[in-house]
Design a protein. Structure first.
Length: 486
């Protein structure tokens, strides 16, 4: 069985009859890196993290136990570091002068992976777990001492400030522990911020903020979480555990801010209660006063409207009648009913062609100058044409409730397209509406009577019979019996 990881990878590839080109096509790992993995040469790898990633992908493609291979790699590294440490100890023992200990110099040809292996061996050799435990136990001892202190009567505000500082220390302790873990891992790997920046593209001041636990200096919690995840993956740490720890710190920080906000609001509310007007006046009382004020205002407005309407009525009662009212009013002694004029069809007029005279001599007073006075009152919107003594004085559409007065010496002719929309007063006598709704009516009002033009009916067309073809008689031939004749 092969002894190294590279030999195991190469043997597994040859057993499957695969070439390096086939592995490149499936894993997208360059051939030079594949050859380096099979030759156990990690010096050409870009970084230790990428080297382990290439190894994991190659082993999974060949269906090998990657955990077992990584464990063998770690054990080999530990063995090499132990051997290097043993050599250093032997040199220390053999050397008489302690200041003459030879310090291994880093050659210019050493790669990042070789420097990492040498520094890892030195770090493992010089690590002191007792000091780490002491540093971790310091906050616990301090906390126990704080708890063991006797309680002294202090002011409430001082107590709140102390509790607030303890809460703040709780979140800061979580963040600083995360930063300490990152810094110790980076120092153990002997990596600088510039080297890490070249691989994960994080600026050095962000890396410094992460390692110091100063997460407030980072742009936002979301970006901080992403930076922390990338940094932990690069350092080969337990990313999930660190992110859970970071979430706990954020939760503690949120609770601290919530407590501060609540305390601030409670303090402001107490100050407002001392001088607030709401403690003396209830909202229901304010609402009731407002409703009463609105009711009083509405009552005053209504009384004012009633008083104004009464004043207007008195003014209208004392005002002289208008011209339209004077013209519309007719004395009862002069009012006589006149029959509704009727249209006479095909009846010759006694004096003029196409007209019927309606005498009103009895209604006219004797001894007055005869003339024609027409008062036209529009009941509805209608088209109207008025001619006085043969001259057209008005033609067009008139608005409702309009009143017109026309006076003539001989006649006044009124033509409308809506008989129900025009009301006529002839010589101060109400003649009523001129006709029905939508009826075209033409009236000629003369000095001695009202002439209604007659409508001459048009001749009705008679249907001519359709000519029919009459059958002509046909000649029928008869057979003559010659033998009988003979």
């Amino acid at each position: 069985m092969p002894s190294t990881i590279g030999q195991q990878l190469k043997a597994a590839r040859l057993d499957r009859n695969l070439s390096l080109e086939d592995v490149l096509e499936n894993t997208h790992i360059r051939i030079k890196y594949l050859k380096a993995l099979e030759a156990d040469d990690f010096s050409i790898m870009p970084s230790p993290v990428q080297g382990r990633g290439f190894l994991r992908s190659y082993a999974q493609y060949l269906k090998l136990d990657i955990d077992k291979l990584l464990e063998e790699l770690r054990s080999a590294e530990k063995q090499e570091s132990a051997e290097a440490f043993q050599k250093v100890e032997d040199e220390k023992i053999l050397t008489e002068e302690p200041n003459a200990i030879p310090i291994p110099e880093e050659s210019a040809s050493e790669t990042l992976w070789e420097r990492f292996q040498h520094r890892l061996a030195e770090t493992l050799a010089s690590s002191e777990p007792d000091s780490v435990q002491e540093t971790k136990s310091i906050p616990i001892a301090e906390a126990s001492q704080k708890r063991a202190r006797p309680e002294t009567p202090v002011d409430v505000e001082e107590t709140l400030q102390t509790a607030r500082s303890e809460k703040q220390e709780e979140s800061q302790v979580v963040f600083k522990s995360i930063g300490t873990t990152l810094r110790e891992r980076r120092e153990m790997l002997s990596l600088t911020h510039s080297e890490i920046e070249g691989h994960i593209h994080l600026r050095p001041h962000y890396l410094t903020a992460l390692e110091s636990g100063d997460f407030e200096a980072l742009p936002s919690p979301v970006q901080t979480r992403g930076m922390l995840s990338n940094y932990a993956d690069f350092l080969d740490l337990d990313t999930e555990r660190l992110l859970i720890h970071f979430a706990e710190g954020l939760q503690a920080q949120r609770l601290e801010r919530h407590i501060e906000t609540r305390e601030h609001l409670e303090g402001t509310q107490k100050k407002r209660r001392r001088f607030s007007f709401g403690s003396f006046v209830a909202p229901d009382l304010i609402f009731g006063i407002g409703m009463v004020a609105l009711l009083i205002a509405f009552t005053v407005w209504g009384l004012g409207r009633i008083a104004n309407s009464r004043v207007d009525a008195e003014i209208q009662a004392t005002a002289p009648p208008s011209i339209a009212e004077v013209l519309m009013t007719t004395p009862t002694a002069l009012f006589t009913e006149t029959p509704t004029p009727t249209i006479v069809v095909n009846t010759p007029a006694p004096e003029a062609d196409g007209a019927t005279e309606v005498p009103i001599e009895d209604a006219l007073p004797e001894g007055e100058n005869l003339g024609v006075q027409i008062l036209v009152t529009m009941m509805e919107r209608a088209w109207l044409r008025v001619s006085v003594d043969g001259e057209v004085v008005f033609e067009g559409r008139s608005q409702p409730n309009a009143t017109f007065v026309y006076e003539g010496n001989e006649s006044v002719e009124v033509l409308t397209a809506n008989g129900a929309g025009v009301r006529i007063a002839y010589n101060q006598q109400d003649m009523g509406l001129m006709g029905g709704f939508g009826e075209v009516v033409q009236r000629l009002y003369g000095a001695r009577g009202i002439l209604t033009p007659t409508v001459t009916p048009t001749s009705l067309a008679t249907a001519t019979p359709t000519p029919t073809i009459t059958p002509s008689p046909t000649q029928t031939s008869t057979a003559v019996n010659t033998e009988a004749v003979q």
